[in-house]
Design a protein around this ligand. Structure first.
Ligand SMILES: Cc1cc2nc3c(=O)[nH]c(=O)nc-3n(C[C@H](O)[C@H](O)[C@H](O)COP(=O)(O)O)c2cc1C
Length: 238
C-alpha cells in the first residue's frame, strides 16, 4: 500500500475518456464498495446506498440523458475560473477556465448564448464502464442536524473513501454533479427505478483512462493560508 499522503495527493479528477473495452474487475469494484462500507458517518447512521451501473443497456440509457445547465450555475462557476496557469498559481484555488466551453468563460453568460455553441448546451454524459450512484434517504437526518448537514457531510466522507480507494487501484474517477440536477434526476429515477425519499448524493464515473492522463495544474492553498493557532487572528504556531 502506498503511503497515504501520496495517495491523497495524487488522487485527481479524470475528466477524460475511459477505455470502454476494459471492464473494472469485480474484485476492484468490491474494494471500492468496501471502502464505502467503512466510511465514518454521523451517529454511524450509514445513510447511503449505492447503485452500481455496469450493464451496457443501463449505461446506454443513462448516456442518453440531457445534462441541462442553469444560468446561475455558469455565472457562479465563473467565480472559480482562472485563465492562465500564472493566475491559477497565484489564486491557489479554483480551476482553469479553458476546460469549459467558450460561452462559460463569460461572466455575463446568458442561457441564450448556448445556442451559438451547440456542444455546451446539452453536454452528453461522458462514457464510463462503471457509474456509481450514491443515494441517501432524504426522509431521515442525523439527529437534530439542521438541513441534515451532518448526514450530507457523511456522504462527502463516502465520496472520499471511494475515490481514494479507486485511485489506489489505478482507476480514474470523475464526479458528475450535473447528473444530480433536477432534470437529469427525473430521467434517472425512471432508468434506475428509485423513488423518493431516495435522492442522489453524488455520482461517480469510474474506469481506466484510455490515454495516459495528461498532467494538469492542480493548486491548493498553503497550510499557512487556512490554519489558525489557538485563536482566529493568530496564523503562526510560535
Ligand atoms: C462535491 C464535489 C462535486 C464535484 N463535482 C464535479 C463535477 O461535477 N465535475 C467534475 O469534473 N469534477 C467535480 N468535482 C471535482 C472537483 O472539481 C475537483 O476535485 C477539484 O477541482 C480539485 O481537482 P482534483 O480533483 O484534480 O484535485 C467535484 C468534487 C466534489 C468534492
Amino acid at each position: 500500500m502506498k503511503e497515504l499522503l501520496k495517495i491523497i495527493n495524487e488522487r485527481r479528477s479524470s475528466r477524460m475518456p475511459f477505455d470502454m473495452g476494459k471492464e473494472v474487475p469485480e474484485k476492484d469494484l468490491l474494494q471500492v464498495l468496501e471502502a464505502a462500507r467503512w466510511t465514518p458517518t454521523a451517529h454511524n447512521m450509514q445513510n447511503f446506498e449505492i447503485i452500481v451501473v455496469n450493464s451496457k443497456k443501463q449505461l446506454e440509457a443513462i448516456a442518453g440523458i440531457k445534462r441541462g445547465i442553469s444560468e446561475a450555475f455558469v455565472r457562479e462557476n465563473y467565480n472559480y475560473l482562472s485563465f492562465s496557469e500564472e493566475e491559477l498559481k497565484k489564486k491557489k484555488m479554483g480551476i482553469m477556465g479553458t476546460m469549459f466551453p467558450k460561452s462559460w468563460q463569460n461572466p455575463n453568460f446568458k442561457l441564450s448564448d448556448l445556442g451559438k455553441e451547440p456542444d455546451s448546451a446539452q453536454r452528453p454524459v461522458p462514457s464510463a464502464p462503471v457509474l456509481m450512484f450514491v443515494i441517501y434517504d432524504s426522509g431521515k437526518r442525523a439527529p437534530a442536524s439542521e438541513g441534515d448537514f451532518l448526514g450530507i457531510m457523511s456522504l462527502g466522507c463516502v465520496m472520499q473513501n471511494m475515490w481514494l480507494m479507486a485511485h489506489s487501484l489505478g482507476l480514474g474517477v470523475q464526479i458528475l454533479s450535473s447528473l444530480a440536477s433536477e432534470d437529469s434526476v427525473v430521467e434517472l429515477r425512471k432508468i434506475l427505478k428509485f423513488k423518493l425519499p431516495w435522492k442522489i448524493g453524488f455520482v461517480i464515473r469510474m474506469g481506466y483512462p484510455s490515454a495516459k492522463q495528461q498532467p494538469y495544474l492542480r493548486v491548493r492553498k498553503d497550510i499557512k493560508d487556512f490554519v489558525h493557532y489557538n485563536y482566529f487572528e493568530n496564523r503562526s504556531n510560535d
